[in-house]
Design a protein around this ligand. Structure first.
Ligand code: NAD
Length: 300
C-alpha cells in the first residue's frame, strides 16, 4: 500500500516513521525540506509537492497545524487548485490535524462530491505517544472509511475510536483538549502553590499522582522542570505541543460552545490563561510552560 504523508512536524514525523516501521511505502511532503530529509533516512521518499506525494497513493494522510492549512491543502485558494481537484486516483483521505468540525465537514463534503472518502482522525497522546505508536485516534466519517483506515491507524496508535459522522472526531478531540488545557493549568497552579509553601515539586507531584488530584499531566507530562526527565519541562519546554496550538484548540472549544450555546466557564478561563501566556512571547514553547505563568522569584 502506498501512503502519502503531508505535514512532518512534531507529530507527523514520528507518525510517518511508524508507518515505515510497519512496512508501508510512504511518500512524504513538508514545506520544511529538513523534515523530509530526516524521514528519508528512515526509508520515506521525499516528494516535490503535496500533489507529487499523493500521485498514485492509496491513502493520503495529513497532519497540519490548523484548519486554514487543511483547507488550503485540499480545497486550494488564491487561484491555487486544491489537492482534491488534482488527484488522479481514488485514495482514502485521513486528516489527523485538530481543526474545527465545520472545516472537517467542508473538506469531507468536497471530497464526497468527487467520489472520495475523507475522515477526520485527530489524535491524542502527544509527541511521546506519536513516537511510541500509542496514540489515540478519534475518527469521524463513514463506517466503511473507518474500517479501511483502522489497520493503518493501528500502526500509529493503540486506541482507535469511531466517534460518529464527519466532524464528530473533531468535536470529541476539542472536548478532550479543553479538559487537557484545564488540567495542565490546574496542575501548574497546584505545584506552584505547594512550592511557594516549602514543598519539593517532585514529592508533591508523587503525592498528587497517587491521590485524588492524579491526572495525565502528573502521570506523563509534569510541567515542573526536572521532575520528569523526558517531559518538555525538563528540556526548557522545547518540542511537544506548542502553546500556540493549545490556544488554537481552546479557541475551537469556545467557537463550538457558542454554536451549541454551551457554558464552558473553566474552558474560558484556560483559554484566557493560554492567550495571555502566548501573548507574552511563549507561543512556540510546549504548552506545559504555562507553569511559568505562575512564576515567582523562587519558581522556574
Ligand atoms: P507542528 O507545527 O510541529 O507541525 C506542522 C507541520 O506542518 C510543520 O512541519 C509544517 O512545516 C507543516 N506544514 C504546514 N503547512 C504545510 C503545507 N501546506 N504542506 C506541507 N506541510 C505543511 O505541529 P504538530 O505539533 O505536529 O501538530 C499537528 C496537528 O496535530 C495540529 O493540528 C495539532 O493541534 C495536533 N496535535 C498535536 C499534538 C502535539 O502534542 N504536538 C497532539 C495532538 C494533536
Amino acid at each position: 500500500m502506498q501512503i502519502a504523508f503531508i505535514g512532518l512536524g512534531n507529530m507527523g514525523a514520528p507518525m510517518a516513521a511508524n508507518l515505515l516501521k510497519a512496512g508501508y511505502r510512504v511518500r512524504v511532503f513538508d514545506l520544511v525540506e529538513g523534515a523530509m530529509q530526516a524521514l528519508a533516512g528512515e526509508g520515506a521518499t521525499p516528494a516535490e509537492s503535496a500533489r507529487d506525494a499523493a500521485d498514485g497513493a492509496d491513502v493520503v494522510i495529513s497532519m497540519l497545524p490548523a484548519g486554514a492549512h487543511v483547507k488550503a491543502l485540499y480545497l486550494g485558494g488564491d487561484d491555487q487548485p486544491g489537492l482534491l481537484e488534482a488527484l488522479s486516483g481514488q485514495p482514502l483521505i485521513i486528516d489527523a490535524s485538530t481543526i474545527a468540525p465545520e472545516d472537517a465537514r467542508e473538506v469531507a463534503g468536497a471530497a464526497a462530491r468527487r467520489g472520495l472518502t475523507c475522515l477526520d482522525a485527530p489524535v491524542s497522546g502527544g509527541v511521546g505517544g506519536a513516537r511510541a505508536g500509542t496514540l489515540t485516534f478519534i475518527v469521524g466519517g463513514s463506517e466503511a472509511g473507518f474500517d479501511t483506515a483502522r489497520p493503518l491507524l493501528e500502526a500509529m496508535g493503540r486506541n482507535v475510536f469511531h466517534a460518529g459522522d464527519s466532524g464528530a472526531g473533531q468535536v470529541a478531540k476539542i472536548c478532550n483538549n479543553m479538559l487537557l488545557g484545564i488540567l495542565m493549568s490546574g496542575t501548574a497552579e497546584a505545584l506552584a502553590l505547594g512550592v511557594e509553601n516549602g514543598l519539593d515539586p517532585a514529592v508533591l507531584s508523587e503525592i498528587m499522582k497517587q491521590s485524588s488530584g492524579g491526572n495525565w499531566a502528573l502521570n506523563v507530562y509534569n510541567p515542573w522542570p526536572g521532575v520528569m526527565p523526558q517531559a518538555p519541562a525538563s528540556n526548557d519546554y522545547q518540542g511537544g505541543f506548542l502553546v500556540d496550538l493549545m490556544s488554537k484548540d481552546l479557541g475551537l472549544a469556545t467557537s463550538l460552545a457558542l454554536t451549541s450555546r454551551s457554558a464552558i466557564p473553566m474552558g474560558a478561563q484556560a483559554r484566557n490563561l493560554y492567550a495571555l501566556h502566548a501573548g507574552g512571547g511563549n507561543g512556540r514553547l510546549d504548552f506545559s510552560s504555562i507553569q511559568r505563568f505562575y512564576r515567582r522569584g523562587d519558581t522556574p
